[in-house]
Design a protein. Structure first.
Lengths: 263, 446
């Protein structure tokens, strides 16, 4: 069965949200290019959780740009607003890549509202000895080679066609990302020091072959900075293990939430 | 021992104000007097070389009568061409005072190359008062200084913004305007797409920053200082640049652009001439039409000197020879000079979504794909014998009614270029001189 599509207005900002499943609420924050898509990973989580999968404003699924979003913390506040709007005092949060960055910002502000936190190859912090490759300067094949260990997995995010309409929507997504991530590229200089505030139980999932944010030094740094965080590595994945090994990553999320007794 | 001639370029005056820095209103600055002083001071520096000094020093201070050299690089640039032996010690640049240190690296490298390696580059933090007059945060000063110095040194040595502090731009243009006796025309541009990759500036803020910076610069030139400016991107408690420009109310502003409807509207509203660069004739005609309409909407008729064009010109003894040169030298500009990694053409958010959709309906060819035949057919270039070039330029003057043609030439060698320039000046230019007595900047661009 396809997920329910809902159009929300969160403090005046239009949001397109997919949701499905039953059980405790789980907020999934997608990565760049993942907006408006319901893929195997979400489908698997929906067997145990009520999965809420909103598109970030401007990021696909037809959600319009929100001009007021100019900093990553704006997105974190936006998701606090969304939780308030949905009357959800406490949820599981899973964020992948760019979505992981938002989830981490959110957790530094409001850990008490997060039952458990899963970050899948998150971006967002300055890591000593690493400069994130500049995604905006890459053509599509370069992006695919940087993000995916298994390029076939990229097909899930491929645009339907090359029509002007599709290209314009892609441009809108790139613009929404660039507004908060052009320079500094893919990080908030203030976030790393704040990760120590995260009190929610945290699982870090990392692709062994991530070339955008490699396990060493990026994954290691996150594991060191978030108190008590556990790190699991996925051997057949690049930057997006939830797309490259959806079953294994979904299983890891279920196990973690269960072990934390919070589900 | 070596002797260097050091100049502050002061604006010597008596006053009863509590401070000669930051708040001493630039109403006290008389640009006419400034022109005399700049030129006397430059004469002195040039004379120092003739008399045997080994080096000439310029320096940097902002918003005061103590030293009217907010940009030492501007003064160094003038000296580079008027001297040949002396070292030129640039005893700025205040690294933390500029937003983009790469801009400093670029400017010093330009001066160094043009002077044949006579440049000495100072790195300073700027004295205390400078942090009031530039709006830079003094608590970051040391850290920014170290980071900027490292970046500049790496830019110079490792093989390989531009959203510069706009007040700095206001200062530099005003210096040039005063020193030249009011001959400066100031272009305001956003920079082409690739510039957002090479400077790190965020393209999604580009348009908004452009408008805000332009507003700040125009106000800095025209409103007596000091006044505060509290924008979204630029914030100052004291806007009070010394010198003020000599042209009133300010140097004419031109807008070189590719024809985005937002920029057409903005330029027309402010009477800023619109410069179409490397564009096919049909599109020039269309954009000129939109510009003229916008001017009408704003209650005036566009002067022909508001419609300008940049088109490469090749003139030779006959059409065949000109075609040969154009194929080789002019097409290089498009095919090689403008060859770009595709993502660099379209940084996210640089264009509005509306502009992008318009382009996607009818995408123009990439310059690297442009053939000579297409460039010829669609009027990207002008080439031929003097008679042919005259005929082609008549299309610009009589049909498009462009008032100013900006163009460079490339004959293939320095000597051939000089010859081509001479041929153009003798055989083409005189046929378009019915407006010889008109000042093309009178009443436009401001």
């Amino acid at each position: 069965m396809p997920p329910a599509r809902r159009e929300l207005s969160i403090r005046g900002t239009s949001v397109h949200m997919l949701s499905d499943g039953a059980g405790p609420p789980l907020l999934f924050l997608h990565g760049a290019g993942g907006g408006g898509r319901w893929l195997e990973f979400q489908e698997r989580l929906a067997k145990t959780f009520t999965v809420l999968s909103p598109s970030h404003p401007g990021h696909g699924g037809g959600s319009p740009t929100a001009e007021w979003i100019e900093h990553i913390s704006d997105l974190a506040f936006h998701y606090m607003d969304l939780l308030d709007d949905q009357r959800l005092p406490r949820v599981h949060v899973v964020g992948a890549s760019f979505g992981g960055w938002i989830a981490a910002e959110l957790a530094t502000m409001a850990s008490h509202r997060i039952a458990s936190l899963v970050l899948i190859d998150p971006l967002g912090i300055k890591v000593d000895g690493w400069i994130y490759p500049f995604l905006f300067g890459m053509d599509i094949p370069e992006v695919v080679a940087t993000v995916f260990h298994n390029p076939m997995a990229a097909l899930a995010l491929a645009p339907p066609d090359q029509s002007p309409e599709t290209l314009a929507l892609q441009y809108r997504q790139g613009t929404a990302l660039a507004r908060v991530a052009w320079n500094p590229h893919l990080y908030d200089p203030l976030l790393r020091r704040r990760l120590g505030r995260i009190a929610a139980p945290t699982l870090l999932c990392w692709g062994a072959h991530d070339r955008l944010a490699p396990l060493s030094p990026c994954g290691d740094t996150w594991a060191k900075e978030i108190p008590g965080a556990r790190l699991r590595v996925f051997a057949e994945s690049g930057h997006v293990p939830h797309l490259e090994e959806p079953e294994a990553v979904a299983q890891a999320v279920l196990e973690f939430c269960r072990s934390e007794g919070a589900s | 021992m070596k002797f260097y001639y050091f100049h502050l370029m002061p604006y010597v005056m008596e006053h009863d104000e509590p401070s000669s820095w930051v708040t001493l209103s630039n109403r006290f600055y008389d640009p006419k007097q400034g022109q005399i002083l700049y030129n006397q001071y430059l004469d002195q520096l040039e004379y120092a070389e003739a008399l045997g000094w080994d080096g000439l020093c310029v320096n940097e201070h902002h918003q005061n009568c103590y030293g009217t050299m907010p940009s030492p690089n501007v003064m160094a640039a003038m000296l580079v061409r008027r001297t040949s032996r002396a070292k030129i010690a640039i005893l700025g640049n205040g690294l933390p005072l500029r937003e983009n240190p790469l801009r400093i690296a670029e400017e010093i490298a330009m001066l160094d190359v043009a002077s044949g390696g006579r440049v000495i580059s100072g790195f300073v933090r700027g004295i205390s008062a400078e942090y009031f007059s530039t709006g830079a945060n003094p608590t970051h000063s040391r850290e920014r200084f170290y980071e900027a110095a490292e970046l500049i040194l790496r830019a110079w040595t490792e093989p390989g913004p531009f959203p510069e502090n706009p007040l700095r731009i206001a200062e530099e243009i005003a210096m040039l305007d005063v020193a030249s006796g009011g001959r400066v025309i100031s272009g305001f541009v956003r920079g082409i797409s690739a510039e957002y990759f090479s400077t790190g500036a965020n393209p999604t803020h580009s348009r908004e920053r452009f408008y805000e910076a332009a507003e700040l610069i125009l106000r800095a030139w025209t409103e007596p200082g000091p006044f505060p400016f509290d924008g979204k991107y630029y914030r100052y408690h004291y806007v009070n640049p010394w010198p003020r420009p000599i042209q009133t109310p300010h140097p004419p502003v031109w807008c070189p652009s590719q024809g985005s409807s937002e920029t057409v509207e903005w330029a027309a509203k402010r009477r800023f001439p619109y410069l179409m660069v490397f564009t096919p004739i049909k599109r020039i005609a269309q954009i000129y039409g939109e510009y003229r309409e916008a001017c009408q909407r704003h209650g005036y008729t566009a002067s022909r000197y508001q419609l300008t064009v940049n088109v490469p010109i090749v003139v030779a003894e006959n059409d065949a020879r000109a075609a040969e040169i154009a194929k080789k030298n002019t097409m290089w500009v498009f095919n090689t000079g403008l060859r770009m990694h595709p993502p660099f053409w379209r940084p996210p958010g640089y264009m509005t979504e509306a502009s992008l959709r318009r382009i996607l309906q009818n995408p123009p060819p990439l310059p690297s794909d442009l053939t000579f035949e297409q460039a010829d057919r669609e009027g990207y270039i002008v080439y031929g014998s003097p008679a042919t070039v005259r005929d082609k330029l008549k299309v610009f003057s009589d049909e498009l009614k462009a008032g100013i043609v900006c163009s460079g030439m490339n004959g293939g060698s320095h000597e051939a270029t000089l010859e081509m320039m001479q041929l153009f000046a003798e055989e083409v230019m005189p046929h378009f001189r019915e407006d010889a007595e008109v000042d093309e900047t009178a009443g436009v661009g401001r």
